[in-house]
Design a protein around this ligand. Structure first.
Ligand SMILES: Cc1cc2nc3c(=O)[nH]c(=O)nc-3n(C[C@H](O)[C@H](O)[C@H](O)COP(=O)(O)OP(=O)(O)OC[C@H]3O[C@@H](n4cnc5c(N)ncnc54)[C@H](O)[C@@H]3O)c2cc1C
Length: 415
C-alpha cells in the first residue's frame, strides 16, 4: 500500500528560490545503484515529488576498467525497487540474454541504465555543484549555475572523491602514478612496465587485465599473504550448506555474513564488535576466479613501497627490502577512505552542521544526519549501518528504510 504524505512542493520551477515552497520534496544527488534505488522507492510514496540528479551509472562507466567482472554474486547485485521486480534476472529476460557469473561490468552498467529508464526517465543529468541550507530548505546549484530548492536532500554521491593516495605518492606526476579509479581502459599500458600497489580485488583484477593487455606487471602487496574468496565455491553455492554459512549478498566471512546482511541488527552490536567485524568483512581479498589469470604475474607479498621519484620519463621505486625498481607507471589500487568533507558539492556551512566520526556522518534509522532533512546513502552510511552499505546489495535495506522514514513524516518538511 502506498504511504501518503502531504506534498509541500510547488510545481517545478528552477528559479523559485525566493518562493515559499521548495521545487521538490526530495532531491537525490547521484544516479548510481543507491540513488536510482532511492528514487524508485520514493516514487512509490503517494504524493511524493522528487527528482534525481546526475549521470546514470557514471562511476561504473567511467571509473572502472573495461573487461572487469563484478565480484559480488548475481543475487547481491540487484538494484532495489518497491516490488522487487526490476532485478538482474528481469533485465536479462527483456533482451533474451543470459546472465553469466561473474557478471561482466558492461552487463551491469546496461542493467543500471535499464533500471533508470523504468524508474526515473525524467532524470536530470546535470551535476550538482553546490548544496546549501538556507535555514528552511536546501538550495542546490547546478553545474550550469541554475538553482533549485528541496525540502530534503539524499546524498548518494559514491566514492570517487574518497580515492586514497598514500602520502608517499601524492606529489608524483599523474603520467607516472595514478589511482585505479582514473582508468577506463588499461590497454593504454600495453608494452609498459607497471607496478600495482594493493592486495584487494581492484589491484588483482587490474593486474590480470594489464597482463592480458601486454604490460609487464609486478604487484606489491603489504599483507604477508593474499586472501582469496570462493576458494571452495560449493561452500557458497551448495544451498543447504551455503545458506547456513553465507547470506545471499555474500559480504563478510562465514557466519558473520548473516549479521552483515541485516544492517538493522548490525547497528545494534557493541561498537567494538561492529568495528572488528566491519574490518574483517572488507579486508583486501581477491575473487578465487582471478587466480588462474594471475599465474604469470609477479606478486610480492609482505612488501611495501617506501617512496618513488620521477627520473626522466620513468619512476624509480624504493621497496622496504632495500631494493629499487624502475617502472613506467605505478598504479595505486589502494582503496577508498570515506570523508564526506571531500564531497566538494557540500557547502562548508552545511558540513559544519553534520556530526561525523572519522569522516562518516552519524545517521539515524532513516539515514538522516544531524542536519534535519539531509540523508546519506552508500559507503558514507557504513559507520552507522555496517559494511553492507559499501556494496550494491545494501541498497535494498537503505532505500526501503529511507522511503519508510520519509513517508512517515507528516510532510516532506524536516522537523
Ligand atoms: C573496482 C571496484 C569494483 C567494485 N565491484 C563491486 C561489486 O562487484 N559489487 C558491489 O556491490 N560493489 C562493488 N564495488 C563498490 C561500488 O562502488 C558500490 O557498490 C556502488 O558503486 C555503490 O553505489 P553508489 O550509488 O553508492 O555509488 P556510485 O555507483 O559511485 O554512484 C554515485 C553516483 O553519484 C554521482 N555523483 C557524485 N557527485 C555528484 C553530484 N554532485 N551531482 C550529481 N551526481 C553526482 C557519481 O557520478 C556517480 O554516478 C566496487 C568498487 C570498485 C572501486
Amino acid at each position: 500500500m502506498l504511504a501518503e504524505v502531504s506534498n509541500i512542493s510547488q510545481k517545478e520551477g528552477e528559479s523559485s528560490v525566493s518562493g515559499n515552497l521548495p521545487d521538490f520534496g526530495v532531491a537525490v544527488v547521484g544516479a548510481g545503484p543507491y540513488g536510482l534505488s532511492a528514487v524508485a522507492h520514493l516514487r512509490a510514496i503517494k504524493g511524493s515529488d522528487n527528482r534525481i540528479f546526475g549521470r546514470p551509472m557514471s562511476f561504473w562507466k567511467e571509473h572502472m576498467p573495461r573487461g572487469m567482472f563484478l565480484r559480488s554474486p548475481l543475487e547481491g547485485s540487484n538494484l532495489s525497487d518497491p516490488e522487487g521486480k526490476l532485478t538482474l534476472q528481469a533485465y536479462a529476460q527483456t533482451d533474451g540474454g543470459h546472465l553469466s557469473s561473474p557478471l561482466p561490468l558492461k552487463r551491469f552498467v546496461d542493467y543500471g541504465c535499464w533500471f533508470q529508464k523504468q524508474m526515473a526517465s525524467d532524470i536530470d543529468g546535470r551535476t550538482v555543484s553546490c548544496v546549501e541550507h538556507d535555514g528552511t530548505y536546501f538550495r542546490l546549484t547546478m553545474e550550469d549555475g541554475k538553482k533549485v530548492t528541496s525540502a530534503r536532500v539524499v546524498v548518494a554521491g559514491g566514492i570517487v572523491p574518497f580515492a586514497y593516495r598514500p602520502p608517499q605518492f601524492q606529489r608524483l606526476p599523474s603520467e607516472l602514478a595514478s589511482h585505479s579509479c582514473e582508468h577506463r581502459d588499461l590497454r593504454e599500458f600495453a608494452g609498459k612496465r607497471v607496478m600495482v600497489v594493493g592486495g584487494g580485488q581492484s589491484a588483482l583484477e587490474s593486474s590480470a587485465l594489464l597482463h592480458e593487455a601486454g604490460a609487464d606487471v609486478r604487484v606489491v602487496i603489504r599483507e604477508p599473504e593474499i586472501h582469496w574468496t570462493w576458494q571452495r565455491p560449493w561452500l557458497h553455492t551448495f544451498k543447504p550448506v551455503g545458506r547456513l554459512l553465507y547470506a545471499p549478498p555474500d559480504v563478510g566471512p562465514a557466519g558473520i555474513s548473516h549479521v552483515v546482511a541485516a544492517p538493522g541488527w548490525f547497528r545494534r552490536l557493541p561498537r567494538r564488535l561492529q568495528n572488528r567485524w566491519a574490518k574483517r568483512s572488507i579486508r583486501p581479498t581477491g575473487a578465487g576466479w582471478l587466480k588462474p589469470r594471475l599465474q604469470c604475474v609477479t606478486m610480492s607479498s609482505g612488501r611495501s613501497v617506501l617512496g618513488a621519484a620521477a627520473v626522466g620519463d620513468k619512476l624509480q621505486v624504493r621497496l622496504d627490502d632495500g631494493s629499487e625498481e624502475s617502472v613506467d607507471h605505478l598504479l595505486m589500487a589502494t582503496g577508498y577512505k570515506v570523508d564526506i568533507s571531500k564531497y566538494d558539492f557540500l557547502g562548508r556551512d552545511l558540513l559544519a552542521r553534520v556530526r561525523t566520526v572519522s569522516g562518516y556522518p552519524m545517521l539515524s534509522k532513516g539515514f538522516e544526519c544531524s542536519l534535519s532533512g539531509l540523508h546519506f546513502l552508500g559507503a558514507p552510511a557504513a559507520w552507522s549501518f555496517g559494511p553492507l552499505m559499501r556494496f550494491v546489495a545494501g541498497a535494498d535495506f537503505a532505500t526501503r528504510r529511507l522511503a519508510h522514514y520519509v513517508s512517515t513524516r507528516r510532510s516532506f518538511r524536516p522537523e
